[in-house]
Structures are given as structure tokens and as C-alpha cells.
Design a binder for this molecule. Structure first.
Ligand code: SF4
Length: 295
């Protein structure tokens, strides 16, 4: 089926993907980074956070419990349905303080009677850390595969382990957490790699999937690699939608127009203070009325 999808003409592909996505709820997710501190050694060769650390004094700071809880309350009042608590890689065993953040956010949301899911992402972690996250009140865990080719994975993420990432996804599901995974698109992978990766994704009981177009960031080893072609990215996102069906497929609001064409129903990072909630709802509803006439 996947090979047929890769050979399908774009207008049929986009049309099928957007029709499948139409009945799905629009899911809006905002990140509240706890810390960008990361112990990955050597660091990943495309890392946006490392690039940003050259431009922002405040970048490595761990946010306080109060800051994180207050932001969670504000985002829930603004209409965000899912919060993501990201950190850099803190080791396979999460530090105790991480669970305190999850508990504090949970408490804040309960006080506001907000029905908001809490996800976290901090790379591959142990079964025991995942179980403790679940106990602390976490709803789901995001662990990206990022590069669906073991050899290319080692080149892009020399300090990381693809095997540990797959294990983390399995363990997260077994611990009762919803699971979210992702690939970067346009990082040197082939169609064969994408087919391999998408089959792996389908075999997991995913709640959410992100296909992120590769972008260039200064001061990292991969700064010269050209950014992903958005048309090719959208075709692959449409293939993912048709193949993995009713999983929440995510993209950034900056790629909303291509994303809607490709059957995406979920968005991250959403910043309500920048008017993105209204913008996404309005784009999705207008596109929904018109897409049958679009080629
Ligand atoms: S694990 Fe994440 S934060 Fe750490 S170097 Fe890799 S991409 Fe950057």
C-alpha cells in the first residue's frame, strides 16, 4: 500500500488525506519548556536548541515551578487542549524534580477544572521513569524516531540510540501513557527509509505523529544542509495520514496551509497570545468548505 501511495498523483493524494482528516477534532498543543539543558554527548548535529543558545542569554535556564504552573493555567484558560513539557535529554533516569513539575501542572489544571492533557518529551528514558511520570499524572509521552534509517540516525544523532527510542515508545504504551512519535523530513532519508519508518509507526498504537520539515539553523554541524522542500514534505505527510489513518497528525502553525492540504488536524507550537488559535480554527473551517473544489 505504501509504495502505491508514494506513486499516487498529488491531487488524489491530497484530496484523500484531507477528506480523512475532516471529521477529526482540531487539537492545539502548546509547549512549556522546563529546561533546554541536555546531556546528549556528542550533541545532535542539527539541534535547534543548541543553535538558539548562541542568541538567547536566558536559554539554558530551568524555569521555576511557579512559572511553569502559571503558564499552564494561562494556556488552559486560552483554550489549549494539550500541554507539552519538553526538556533536553536528562539521562535515562529522570531526575526527581521533573515529576514535581508534572504534579504541579496537574494541580494547577485541576484547580481550574481544565480538561487539558499533559505530555512530556525528553528523549529516551527508562521504564521506571515512564511509570513515575504516569503516577505523577502525565497523560502521554513523545519520543521521536527522528531519522528512520539506523545508519543515518548515527550520523545525525551520534550520541543517541534509535533502539532506546523504540524501547521508550513501547514502554510508554505499556505504562499506560498515550504515545506520540515523529520523524524529521528532508534530512537525507530515502523513500525506502520512509516506508520502513511508517511501517514501524503503524505497528505502534500511536495517539499522535509529527513529520517535521528539516530547517537550517546556524552554528550547528548541519547548518549547510538545505531545508526540506515543502511540497515533498506535504506529500509525505498526506501519505502518513492515509496510511496511519486516525492518529492525530501534527505540524507547526507556520506550515498550516500545506499541513491542511496534507490532512493534518493538530498543531504545535500554538501561542494563543499571537492570535494563532483563531487563525488555525478559521483556516481549517474555510479550507473544509472549499477543499472539494480544489485541485
Ligand atoms: S537530544 Fe534534543 S536537545 Fe539534546 S542535542 Fe539532541 S536535539 Fe538537541
Amino acid at each position: 500500500m505504501l509504495n502505491e501511495l508514494f506513486n499516487m498523483n498529488s491531487s488524489d493524494l491530497f484530496r484523500q488525506a484531507s477528506i480523512l482528516a475532516e471529521p477529526m477534532e482540531t487539537l492545539l498543543c502548546s509547549p512549556i519548556p522546563i529546561t533546554t539543558e541536555c546531556q546528549m554527548t556528542p550533541p545532535c548535529r542539527h539541534c535547534w536548541w543548541r543553535s538558539m543558545s548562541f542568541f538567547s542569554q536566558d536559554f539554558w535556564r530551568r524555569r521555576t515551578l511557579d512559572e511553569v504552573a502559571r503558564r499552564a493555567g494561562d494556556l488552559s484558560s486560552a483554550g489549549i487542549q494539550r500541554l507539552l513539557l519538553p526538556a533536553g535529554w536528562l539521562g535515562y533516569e529522570l531526575p526527581e524534580w521533573f515529576y514535581t513539575y508534572v504534579q504541579q501542572v496537574k494541580k494547577e489544571l485541576a484547580a481550574k477544572k481544565a480538561e487539558v492533557e499533559i505530555f512530556a518529551t525528553c528523549g529516551p528514558i527508562s521504564w521506571s521513569s515512564l511509570s513515575q511520570l504516569k503516577e505523577a499524572g502525565l497523560d502521554g509521552y513523545w519520543c521521536g524516531i527522528e531519522v528512520p534509517n539506523p545508519e543515518l540516525f548515527r550520523q545525525v544523532r551520534p550520541g543517541d540510540s534509535l533502539k532506546a527510542r523504540f524501547q521508550t515508545l513501547e514502554d510508554a504504551g505499556a505504562a499506560g501513557l498515550k504515545i506520540w512519535s515523529s520523524f524529521l523530513f528532508g534530512i537525507g532519508e530515502s523513500e525506502k527509509d520512509l516506508v520502513w519508518g511508517l511501517k514501524k509507526m503503524k505497528a505502534l498504537s500511536l495517539d499522535s505523529f509529527s513529520l517535521t520539515p528539516f530547517e537550517q539553523y546556524p552554528y550547528v554541524e548541519m547548518e549547510q544542509r538545505p531545508a526540506a522542500n515543502l511540497y515533498d514534505w506535504a506529500r509525505t505527510a498526506a501519505i502518513a495520514r492515509i496510511y496511519i489513518q486516525d492518529v492525530n497528525c501534527f505540524t507547526s502553525p507556520s506550515f498550516a496551509s500545506w499541513g491542511l492540504r496534507a490532512g493534518i488536524n493538530s498543531f504545535l507550537p500554538v501561542f494563543p497570545d499571537q492570535g494563532q488559535l483563531e487563525q488555525i480554527h478559521s483556516m481549517r473551517s474555510y479550507f473544509g468548505e472549499r477543499k472539494y473544489q480544489l485541485k
